[in-house]
Design a protein around this ligand. Structure first.
Ligand SMILES: [Zn+2]
Length: 224
């Protein structure tokens, strides 16, 4: 016992009380692991990152929104399993570095939720993902946008209606803070690209230097 540094000892003690679980299958995993071995192998086998655009802004996603990734995101979004976020963020942060390059951004931000929606859920999962990625990439998190209009859920609408559902929904909080900045905006999933795309268009009015998107997952066929 005396050979174990105190910080490690405390870490393992914490792991005993709050054991870490694999975000993708919920099995117990070793402390500091980001997934169990079989899930990690399966995730590594997949071709990633996925890259493309959202209304003309560059976008990348780590995974397709299906199978165990879909389950993990549903859990963190609707069942308060936010403890999975730092583990999932490791993969997204690596993909961001690979696609956009090291030190490509000045700040990281997230797609905002409408105030009452956020209170109801208790957190904005996209903000938590952005903060976790920011920590790994050494990027300060900044709230750049606010959602000023309650909108229907994008996935409940037909394609044609999705386009205009978000009109007037977002506004920039402080133009000066994002002017000439290199910005990365994060969401949990990209489905049609309208949400991220609209957010980018609004941010773009404040003339950032560059603006790119990143999400944990993308709807099937999004990048095809
Ligand atoms: Zn697993």
């Amino acid at each position: 016992m005396t050979d174990i540094p105190l910080t490690d000892f405390l870490y393992y003690l914490q792991a005993l009380i709050f054991p870490e679980r694999c975000p993708y299958c919920n099995n117990l995993i070793e402390p500091k692991e980001i997934a169990c071995e079989s899930c990690l192998n399966r995730l590594e086998e997949r071709q990633r990152p996925l890259t493309g655009g959202a209304l003309g802004f560059r976008c990348l996603s780590s995974f397709h929104y299906k199978g165990s990734v879909r389950r993990a995101i549903v859990n963190l979004k609707f069942f308060e399993r936010t403890q999975y976020i730092p583990q999932m963020a490791v993969i997204l942060a690596a993909d961001i570095k690979q696609v956009y390059g090291e030190g490509a951004f000045d700040l990281i931000t997230a797609v905002p939720m409408y105030k009452t929606d956020r209170i109801k859920r208790g957190y904005n999962q996209s903000e938590l993902i952005a903060k976790a990625v920011g920590k790994l990439l050494n990027l300060p998190y900044l709230e750049t946008l606010e959602k000023i209009k309650k909108t229907k859920k994008q996935h409940t609408l037909k394609y044609a209606k999705r386009k205009h559902n978000l009109d007037g929904a977002f506004q920039v909080i402080n133009n000066k803070e994002i002017h000439q900045k290199r910005i990365l905006i994060v969401d949990d999933i990209v489905t049609s690209g309208f949400t991220l795309g609209k957010c980018c268009r609004i941010i773009n009015r404040a003339r950032p230097k560059t603006l790119c998107c990143a999400t944990l997952a993308a709807a099937r066929n999004y990048y095809d």
